[in-house]
Ligand binder design. Structure first.
Ligand SMILES: *[C@@H]1O[C@H](CO)[C@@H](O)[C@H](O)[C@H]1NC(C)=O
Ligand SMILES: *[C@@H]1O[C@H](CO)[C@@H](O)[C@H](O)[C@H]1NC(C)=O
Ligand SMILES: *[C@@H]1O[C@H](CO)[C@@H](O)[C@H](O)[C@H]1NC(C)=O
Ligand SMILES: *[C@@H]1O[C@H](CO)[C@@H](O)[C@H](O)[C@H]1NC(C)=O
Ligand SMILES: *[C@@H]1O[C@H](CO)[C@@H](O)[C@H](O)[C@H]1NC(C)=O
Ligand SMILES: *[C@@H]1O[C@H](CO)[C@@H](O)[C@H](O)[C@H]1NC(C)=O
Ligand SMILES: *[C@@H]1O[C@H](CO)[C@@H](O)[C@H](O)[C@H]1NC(C)=O
Ligand SMILES: *[C@@H]1O[C@H](CO)[C@@H](O)[C@H](O)[C@H]1NC(C)=O
Ligand SMILES: *[C@@H]1O[C@H](CO)[C@@H](O)[C@H](O)[C@H]1NC(C)=O
Ligand SMILES: *[C@@H]1O[C@H](CO)[C@@H](O)[C@H](O)[C@H]1NC(C)=O
Ligand SMILES: *[C@@H]1O[C@H](CO)[C@@H](O)[C@H](O)[C@H]1NC(C)=O
Length: 622
């Protein structure tokens, strides 16, 4: 009989029942109206227009009701640009199962009454300005059905209450990106249904509790950017379902436990800047599901274990800024899946193994600032997908392989090595954007093929033994911003087009031009005045002659100018901003005169009245 009545009532409600007859629904109505009354801004007019007493609240936007008793079971007002506070009356929605207020601008405290809802399964309040502490007894009375609790990207403060351990149905807990302090309570180990735990970006202290290893269902553990100290307990190896272990930016001590090797479901191991030292355990080779390894900026030492070569799913290996030593294991460079390797700022030695040619998927390789020796293997030329190759600051010798035509390469940095031979023309592909070969022993001339690299923005070949003249094809480089050819044996005139480098398409790219310490001669082309974006110009220590073109004074962004030690003659242009350069910009040119040099110009030769006034003015004041 009861059932029949309930069914009839449900049908009646589906047709739009009058809720006045159901007292508990009345409470729900007043709770929702209280919530509406606490909203101070509703720019999309969602609640203001829709939540009106003329319609049953079960039909209001964001509300779901139980059809049998017309009680509110779901309140989902996520992402509605609402501003306001949450009134304590929300705790009267005693049939509420799902509460989603994500991505609004609710502020003020989270009412404690919310944590008294015994039927609630989902609470998600991500991305609000809510500021409060979590109630000490939050899971003591109710919340036994709570499956998901997400209060992230808000302003929670205070400690994580130990009673949280009594929310025993929790599967997802996120308190990510708040201002929580204190230790993570041991009782968290009681949440044995947890699959995802996000506590990153808080100010939590103490150690990462051993009890976390009881959470054997855990898939994701994010504890990064806190102030955790102490060791990473070996019991972490019990979390065999773990797929993400994110601990970066903490202050842990000791080694990475060998037991980590049991985590054979782990895909992401993110432990940069955790403070770990000692060896990388060779058991890492057992973690065959690994796709991403980040161990940068620690104090790991010893060699890279060759077992790492067993990780056939690996995409990312990033262990820069540690104390790794020994040679690069050839197994490492045999992994055909890897896309990104960064081992910069270690003390790795030995040569680059030929196996590198097997890394067909490799896109980025960073081996900066190690002590690698030997030649660059020819096989590197077969890495069709390589986009960035940085091996600067090593002890590499020999020539660049002739097959150096890496189609996808956009950035090449080999500066500060001991490389010899010619710069191969093949290097200048259509895709390359940045080349740094400075501080080596390259010889021969700059290949005219440079004109093919229309996207080149950065070229630095300073401090080599290059000779010949600057190829005129350099003028085709439309996007060049930085050109440093200094300290070589280049000769002949400056290409007339230098200013044109930045003129085309009316885009002003060239910012820095350094041709100093060569044997360049001829005049400074007046077209240089077209390089309107030029900030730094160094033509010093060449054999340039003629006058300084007036057009240089049009370069209003020029903050560094060095024309010293050349054969320039005539009066230094006297215009407003040219006056900011002191005599070090001009000394060593016996034929130059006028401010800022002390040598005065003979007025007879050229004396435009305003300039004369200027120079007199300056002369009076030294
Ligand atoms: C309120 O919103 C719901 C869901 O979008 C819609 O079905 C209903 O017609 C709206 N009611 C009013 C009065 O605007
Ligand atoms: C709330 O509604 C949004 C938009 O319809 C939806 O994407 C989201 O999944 C809902 N939240 C929950 C917890 O179901
Ligand atoms: C609803 O909640 C408020 C504050 O928590 C309380 O004062 C009030 O008595 C409740 N109203 C009903 C009808 O239960
Ligand atoms: C929560 O429920 C407990 C037990 O019923 C009660 O003692 C407490 O006052 C309630 N707290 C709030 C904020 O409603
Ligand atoms: C943390 O949240 C703040 C805003 O609440 C945001 O500015 C910041 O980028 C977030 N940090 C991270 C790492 O997501
Ligand atoms: C909860 O955790 C504490 C501390 O780890 C433990 O002493 C207690 O037995 C656990 N309770 C349950 C019900 O598992
Ligand atoms: C947890 O890890 C410890 C240390 O590695 C081990 O002795 C223990 O047997 C493991 N417990 C379970 C339940 O696997
Ligand atoms: C890290 O911990 C050590 C002691 O273990 C301490 O000396 C150091 O100040 C801590 N660093 C930070 C950034 O907390
Ligand atoms: C784990 O690694 C060690 C050392 O590399 C090896 O001896 C052992 O057989 C591996 N265990 C498994 C299960 O692969
Ligand atoms: C590299 O891989 C090839 C083919 O799988 C294999 O024959 C060779 O032994 C491997 N070399 C190393 C050093 O692992
Ligand atoms: C090179 O790496 C060492 C660590 O091996 C580091 O101390 C040093 O600062 C690095 N030098 C540069 C120029 O980055």
């Amino acid at each position: 009989m009861d059932l029949l009545l309930a069914l009839l009532f449900a049908v009646y409600c589906l047709l739009g029942c009058s809720l006045a007859f159901v007292p508990s629904s009345n409470t729900d109505l007043s709770s929702l109206l209280a919530l509406k009354a606490h909203i101070t801004s509703d720019p999309l007019n969602l609640l203001m227009k829709n939540w009106t007493v003329q319609t049953s609240f079960c039909k209001w936007v964001g509300i779901t009701c139980d059809p049998l008793n017309s009680r509110v079971t779901g309140l989902n007002i996520s992402n509605m640009q609402l501003v306001g506070t949450i009134p304590p009356e929300i705790g009267n929605l005693s049939s509420l199962v799902l509460l989603d207020m994500n991505d609004n601008s609710f502020y003020g405290p989270i009412p404690a009454s919310l944590f008294n809802l015994s039927s609630i399964q989902v609470i998600t309040l991500r991305g609000n300005a809510l500021s409060s502490e979590l109630p000490t007894h939050m899971c003591k009375h109710s919340l036994h059905n709570l499956i998901l609790l997400r209060i992230s990207f808000t302003k929670l403060y205070g400690q994580i209450p130990s009673s949280l351990g009594q929310c025993s149905s929790l599967q997802v807990l996120s308190l990510y990106n708040n201002s929580l302090v204190g230790e993570v309570p041991k009782q968290i180990g009681n949440l044995t249904q947890l699959t995802q735990l996000y506590l990153g970006f808080n100010s939590l202290t103490g150690d990462i509790p051993k009890e976390i290893s009881h959470l054997h269902m855990l898939n994701s553990l994010w504890m990064e950017s806190n102030k955790f100290t102490g060791p990473l307990h070996r019991e972490i190896g019990n979390l065999t379902f773990l797929r993400e272990l994110i601990l970066y930016n903490n202050n842990l001590t000791g080694n990475i436990p060998r037991e980590i090797g049991h985590l054979n479901s782990l895909e992401t191991l993110s432990m940069a800047s955790t403070g770990h030292n000692e060896l990388i355990p060779k058991e890492i080779g057992n973690m065959t599901a690994l796709r991403h390894i980040y161990l940068d900026n620690n104090a790991l030492n010893g060699a890279i274990p060759h077992e790492i070569g067993q990780l056939t799913n690996l995409l990312t290996l990033s262990i820069d800024s540690n104390k790794l030593a020994g040679s690069l294991p050839s197994t490492l460079f045999n992994m055909s899946s890897v896309k990104y390797i960064s081992l910069s700022h270690n003390t790795l030695s030995g040569t680059l193994p030929r196996e590198i040619g097997n890394m067909k998927e490799l896109q980025e390789l960073y081996l900066i600032n190690n002590t690698l020796t030997g030649v660059i293997p020819e096989e590197i030329g077969g890495l069709d997908k390589l986009v960035a190759l940085y091996m600067n600051r090593n002890k590499l010798i020999g020539p660049l392989p002739r097959v150096f035509k890496l189609k996808s390469l956009t950035a090449l940095s080999l500066n500060k090595n001991a490389l010899t031979g010619m710069i191969p023309g093949e290097l200048f592909t259509a895709n390359i954007k940045s080349i740094d070969l400075s501080d080596n022993h390259f010889q021969g001339s700059i290949p005219p093929a440079i004109g093919r690299s229309l996207n080149l923005t950065y070229l630095n070949v300073a401090n080599n033994n290059l000779s010949g003249s600057i190829p005129s094809t350099i003028c085709k480089l439309r996007f060049l911003e930085f050109l440093d050819l200094s300290n070589n044996h280049l000769q002949g005139p400056l290409p007339k087009c230098l200013g044109e480098l930045s003129k085309s398409l009316q885009v002003l790219h060239l910012k820095c031009l350094n041709l100093s310490r060569n044997n360049l001669n001829g005049k400074i082309p007046s077209s240089i005045g077209n390089a309107k974006g030029l900030e730094s110009l160094d033509l010093s220590s060449n054999r340039l002659n003629g006058e300084i073109p007036q057009q240089l004074t049009m370069l209003i962004f020029l903050s560094k100018l060095n024309l010293s030690v050349n054969d320039l003659v005539g009066e230094i242009p006297q215009s407003g901003w040219f006056g900011k350069f002191d005599n070090t910009s001009f000394i060593g040119n016996l034929g130059l005169c006028g401010f800022p040099l002390t040598k005065k110009c003979k007025q007879v030769i050229r004396s435009p009245p305003p300039e004369r006034e200027d120079s007199n003015f300056v002369d009076e004041f030294g």
